[in-house]
Design a binder for this molecule. Sequence first.
Ligand SMILES: Nc1ncnc2c1ncn2[C@@H]1O[C@H](COP(=O)(O)OP(=O)(O)OP(=O)(O)O)[C@@H](O)[C@H]1O
Ligand SMILES: O=C(O)c1ccc[n+]([C@@H]2O[C@H](COP(=O)([O-])O)[C@@H](O)[C@H]2O)c1
Length: 228
Amino acid sequence: MSDETFSLIGIYGGTFDPVHFGHLRVAEELIEILQLDEIRFLPAGYPRLRNEPIASQHHRKTMLYEAIRDNKKFFLDDRELRRSGESYSVESLRELRDEFKGKKAAFCFIIGVDAFLKLPNWHLWRELFELSHLVIVNRPGHISFVNHACLPPKLQDACLDRWTDDVNALKRVSSGFVFTAVTTLLDISSTTIRAYIAAEKSARYLLPDNVLNYIGTHHVYTRKNENR
Ligand SMILES: Nc1ncnc2c1ncn2[C@@H]1O[C@H](COP(=O)(O)OP(=O)(O)OP(=O)(O)O)[C@@H](O)[C@H]1O
Ligand SMILES: O=C(O)c1ccc[n+]([C@@H]2O[C@H](COP(=O)([O-])O)[C@@H](O)[C@H]2O)c1
C-alpha cells in the first residue's frame, strides 16, 4: 500500500510584500500536519485582483530567500517572476505538473481563507482542482474555518464532494481534495508591516530580523528608496 501513495509537495503562492511570520508559521505547521516533503514558495510577479506591490520583484524575491534559506524543506520557486504578464496560478501548476510527470507527487496549493473566497475570480479557477489539492488556512479577521454555507454558491458547488479532513486521502490521488488546516492564528499582514515601517514604527517580531534588516538597508518601504 505504501508504494501506492503520492509524495506531497506544498505550493505557497503570495505577493510576499514582505514575507512575514504569518506565512512562515503556516508553512512550518503544514509540513507537520500534512507530512509534506517540501514547500515551494511561489512569489507572484504581477499579482492579480489587488494593487501593484510596493517592493520590486527583486526585493520581494530576496526578502523571501532570506526568510526561508535556513529551512531545508522550504524552497523558492521564482517561475512567476520570470514570466511576463499577470501571474496565473493555473499556469504555474500546469508547468509543475509537467515537470513532475512520471513522479508520484500530489500538490497542495496553500491558500488563506481571504484569498480562497475570491477563487471564482481567478483565471480558469476550476482547473485548479484538476492540478492540485487546495489547503485552506484560517486568518484572523476573516470567517473562521470555512463554513460551507458562507461560501459563494459557485465555490460551494465546486467544492461539494471535495472536502476532506483525512490527510491520507491527499496522498492517494494527485489532486482534487479541499482540506482545511488548523494552524496558529497570527494576526499579521504585509499591509500592517508596510504601514509600520512607513510610519517609522517598529515591525520587529512580526517578520524575521534578517528581512527587517534588509528592508532597512535598502529603504524598501520608505521614501528614501528611489529604486524599489
Ligand atoms: N497571517 C496569516 N495567516 C494565514 N494566512 C496568511 C497570513 N498572511 C497571509 N496569508 C496568506 O498567504 C497568502 C499570501 O499572502 P500575501 O503575500 O498577500 O500576504 P498578506 O499579508 O495578505 O499581504 P497584504 O497585506 O499585502 O495583502 C494568501 O493566501 C494569504 O491569505
Ligand atoms: O490565478 C489567478 O487568477 C489568481 C488570482 C488571484 C490570486 N492568485 C494567487 O493567489 C496567491 C495569493 O495571492 P495574494 O494576492 O493574496 O498574495 C498568489 O499565489 C496569487 O498569484 C491567483
